[in-house]
Design a protein around this ligand. Structure first.
Ligand code: KQY
Length: 366
């Protein structure tokens, strides 16, 4: 039995480590719902299995699967991947899993945010979401890590940290009244300080164009190392993404991190633009209360949504015209890691990508 803690991470001496710090392992969930994933989620399951196999080259992977899908998931996933039975509403472990924090002695604990399916009844993507909201506590229980239940709605994909006191977020997401309408910007900054152990919050404006999460940072930009960020970029002035990437570029160049450094900002090319095809849309079973997926809809495609594993980068392959350039840039940005590309379109059709479906557990010293 792990403990439900009454304090808060920063006051207990904990901070959220950056994704590029060492991991004990990675957690994922299994895509199953036919109202979000085409063809009863089979193509998505194959894509998730490839992501799990790619990450498992670098660190242990665990996948949470419902009772109904346990046997087929076990058969599709590599033997080295641990499969555990776990109820869930959809498959976005980044957002429903724990955000782990660590102290100077190497003790790891988890923050269990409130989850409302990216907006609750005011623009959320499905109802109900009660099983998703239990996932973080179940993961922490299996990992034997103590838990803080945070009193605010948040998702792991809505925040990045540099591990040295800086958080990176977007106004579009964190200030959206469909998350924490009772909290002002200063209150949210205070909550990030307390639950992530950061001192400085860098606010970008809008997230990625047509991102159904309402502007998650993990589709727009991420830390590559302390003092360096990579940003999704387009040179096409007519692309609706152009203005928000420009704005993010300016804000990042004006920013100072928690240690007073200016940031280096690297640009990652954009794939596409990519759109949902008629055939893909026809394979989704619409359901009242779940986000509709009309053919022709612009997909929130970005290479920034990669996963940083121990010794590796697992990136989505999205567009043969830009995949190679994006991979080359990531190799330059992460010289000590092997860059592995995994086809990402089927994951993208569900509204996110590799970063959104994974959640790292930091390596502690216990
Ligand atoms: O950006 C993420 N972290 C998650 C994407 C969720 C999409 C839900 N359909």
């Amino acid at each position: 039995m792990t403990r439900l803690l009454t304090g808060a991470p920063a006051t207990d001496g904990f901070r959220m480590p950056a994704e590029y710090e060492p991991h004990a392992g990675c957690w994922m969930l299994w895509p199953e719902r036919a109202d979000n994933w085409r063809e009863a989620a089979r193509p998505a399951q194959l894509a998730f299995a490839r992501v799990a196999a790619a990450i498992a080259q670098f660190e242990p992977v665990t996948v949470g699967v419902s009772t109904a899908h346990y046997s087929s998931a076990r058969a599709l996933l590599p033997g080295g991947v641990r499969v555990v039975e776990m109820a869930h509403d959809d498959a976005w472990m980044r957002d429903v899993g724990p955000t782990c924090v660590i102290d100077s002695a190497g003790v790891v604990r988890g923050v269990d945010w409130r989850f409302n399916a990216w907006g609750g009844l005011d623009g959320g993507l499905y109802f109900p979401w009660d099983q998703d909201d239990l996932v973080a506590s179940k993961v922490l229980e299996i990992e034997r890590l103590d838990r803080y239940r945070a009193p605010l709605v948040m998702e792991g994909g809505a925040l990045h940290v540099d591990g040295q006191g800086t958080a990176l977020v977007t106004e579009q997401c964190l200030l959206n009244p469909n998350r924490n309408p009772h909290l002002a910007r200063a209150d949210i900054e205070d909550a990030l300080r307390v639950y992530l152990g950061v001192r400085t919050v860098i606010w970008l404006g809008l997230g990625l164009y047509n991102d159904e999460t309402g502007g998650h940072i993990d589709d727009l930009a991420c830390f590559v190392r302390p003092g360096e960020v990579c940003l999704t970029w387009t040179t096409n002035r007519r692309d609706p993404q152009y203005a928000s990437s420009q704005d993010a570029w300016e804000r990042l160049n004006d920013a100072r991190d928690a240690r007073g450094r200016r940031l280096r900002v690297a640009r990652l090319p954009s794939p596409g633009p990519m759109h949902l095809s008629r055939r893909e849309a026809a394979g989704i079973v619409p359901r009242p209360g779940t986000k509709a997926r009309p053919p022709g809809e612009r997909l929130a495609a970005t290479y920034v949504n990669f996963y940083i594993a121990n010794g590796g980068i697992v990136m989505p392959l999205l567009d043969p015209r830009t995949d190679r350039l994006a991979a080359q840039r990531l190799k330059l940005l992460f010289p000590g890691r092997r860059v592995v590309g995994v086809p990402g379109r089927e994951i993208l059709l569900g509204g996110g990508n590799i970063h959104c479906i994974t959640q790292q557990i930091p390596r502690g010293l216990r």
